[in-house]
Design a protein around this ligand. Structure first.
Ligand code: HXC
Length: 261
């Protein structure tokens, strides 16, 4: 039954958007190894499923995820963590080519905040709570909290969050650039995320993938190389039917009909 499933997969009405709901409510969706394995397995399936054009990742109404599983980590030793590449599998998420929309209500703490930041587009409720509280546990962020957070909010704010464990709400998160949209009070963050996902899913698939690749390139590459990547991807899109269709449709004052080719 779905009560035993750590990650519950559903689809939007159009079937183009897959929704993955973290489901470990008793531990506030603490990201245990089994939960992460389940999440990766679902993502693998969705990445291969031609019908799926965008993925929404969400948690519960009160908690997105309260972080990595502290009870699982408590007695871990260096040799085990190192040889099993503890947390290494989280990188799988960063290499998914399809657009991922994160929908955060409630707590997104530690690894939960880091998971949220792995989304391509992140949406939250006004009273969502983001923090990197690792310092309170004698550790530091381990899955991008010091790197992605810094590129999103800048050094001053990232340092403040990482060294003090400071919590910020959803409204502040938007002001700081950690999320791009905040829902209105009472609005469903999942519904909002699905709407955004449907918008993305409605565009040509090749251009969407190129857009994601180009923006992500800016995080890894020096400006000159990033610009070259962008220009190459841009030029390559002139080899697609969708570019011809998109521009013809504009000129003919009609809606484009994408072929994803
Ligand atoms: C394991 C957790 C957990 C976690 C909560 N629980 N967070 N178990 N790992 N990260 C469990 C509690 O132990 C408790 O279990 C149950 O969930 C309910 O939690 P409560 O604390 O009773 O709820 P509440 O009083 O509402 O407080 C909510 C909370 C608090 C503020 C979110 O749970 C909290 O501070 N959690 C830890 C947050 C944190 O430090 N996260 C960072 C983790 S380190 P029982 O059995 O008692 O009911 C991290 C490192 C990332 O993420 C490294 C890279 C991934």
């Amino acid at each position: 039954s779905s009560a035993d499933q750590l990650v519950i997969p559903t689809r939007s009405d159009s079937n183009k958007v897959a929704i993955l709901t973290l489901n470990r409510p008793k531990a506030l969706n603490a990201l245990s190894t089994p939960l992460f394995k389940a999440l990766n397995a679902e993502l693998e399936k969705l990445e291969e499923d031609d019908g799926v054009r965008a993925i929404v990742i969400t948690g519960g109404e009160k908690v997105f995820a309260a972080g990595a599983d502290i009870k699982e980590m408590k007695d871990k030793e260096f040799a085990e963590a190192y040889t099993t590449n503890f947390l290494g599998s989280w990188n799988r998420l960063a290499s998914i080519r399809k657009p991922i929309i994160g929908a955060v209500a409630g707590y997104a703490l530690g690894g939960g905040c880091e998971l949220a930041m792995l989304s391509d587009i992140l949406i939250c409720t006004p009273n969502a709570v983001f923090a990197q509280p690792e310092i309170t546990l004698g550790i530091i962020p381990g899955m991008g909290g010091s790197q992605r957070l810094t590129s999103l909010v800048g050094k001053a704010r990232a340092m403040d969050m990482v060294l003090t464990g400071r919590k910020i709400d959803g409204v502040t998160a938007e002001r700081w650039g950690l999320v791009s949209r905040v829902t209105r009070e009472g609005e469903s963050v999942v519904q909002e995320a699905v709407k955004v996902a449907e918008t993305v899913a409605g565009f040509g698939r090749v251009a969407v993938q190129a857009g994601k690749e180009a923006v992500n390139g800016s995080l890894d590459l020096p400006l000159e190389q990033g610009l070259r990547l962008e220009r190459r991807l841009f030029q390559q899109l002139f080899a697609t039917q969708d570019q011809k269709e998109g521009m013809s449709a504009f000129a003919e004052k009609r809606k484009p009909s994408w072929t994803n080719k």
